[in-house]
Design a protein around this ligand. Sequence first.
Ligand SMILES: Nc1ncnc2c1ncn2[C@@H]1O[C@H](COP(=O)(O)OP(=O)(O)OP(=O)(O)O)[C@@H](O)[C@H]1O
Ligand SMILES: [Mg+2]
Length: 280
Amino acid sequence: MRVPARLQPLVEEGIIDGVVRQLMSGKEAMVFVVHGGGESRCAKVYKDADQRSFRQAVDYTENRKTKNSRDARAMAKGTNYGRASQERAWQTAEVDALYRLAAAGVRVPEPYNFHEGVLVMELVTDAQGNAAPRLNDVAFTADEARDFHQRLITEVVRMLCAGVIHGDLSEFNVLAGPDGPVIIDLPQAVDAAGNNHAPAMFERDVANLRNFFGRWAPELLATNYGDEIWAAYESGTLTPETALTGQFTREEKSVDLEGVVREIGDAEREEAARLIRMQA
Ligand SMILES: Nc1ncnc2c1ncn2[C@@H]1O[C@H](COP(=O)(O)OP(=O)(O)OP(=O)(O)O)[C@@H](O)[C@H]1O
Ligand SMILES: [Mg+2]
């Protein structure tokens, strides 16, 4: 196909040498199958800020680190330069997350290049070599659903151990590759340690997986991996090897009844003594 204007700079730089077809036009990006490095690759072209939707909301960007203080000041003021740096921060967040997660052993597309607001990455394919379907476009047997669910739970644990929460994980942002699930779409990824909304976002990501795979394997609907994993993370004991049960009951502190009775008795005696002193 004719090279779209936004991909032209990549052709000029020799990063890609042709555009095969458009894959999707999502809420925030247009995705193309391109040719480069002697193979088919995927190019994600970020839309401009005014064409995007919800995910730049404060919830997500809270505490996002800016690399220099000029950027931070400008973002706070909302100047032109500030808007441009916010834009860059948003776009590079996905590349940063892809590198961090790949290093943590999470199956994500391999990033190859980021140039002029375009991310070039591995094209995830199915067994026939076509662009892989999203989970939402696949029919699962109960066994396959249990297997995919388990693997994705392992992936979110690896991500959390690397300090990252996806923040928009669902059947629409996981592809079914020939060897299992591949997690995509990470510009909104959240820093697990520095964001007040982190626990809620984590629970929501895990609940989305449970509810989706629960359609194929209903017993999954009774699991609670989200709270179990978060409790282990908060107590500092979570590792990718932590054994999980999917069951979680919040630990109630056992009540020391005798102690309470003793305290009440002490208070009563003290009060009686006070009254006697006042009469004296
Ligand atoms: N690396 C990849 N390999 C194969 N297909 C991909 C890849 N990255 C994205 N896609 C396809 O492009 C679609 C949109 O990508 P992505 O979810 O990253 O962008 P988006 O703009 O956030 O889209 P949406 O609004 O639909 O979530 C995906 O659902 C998937 O079908
Ligand atoms: Mg998406």
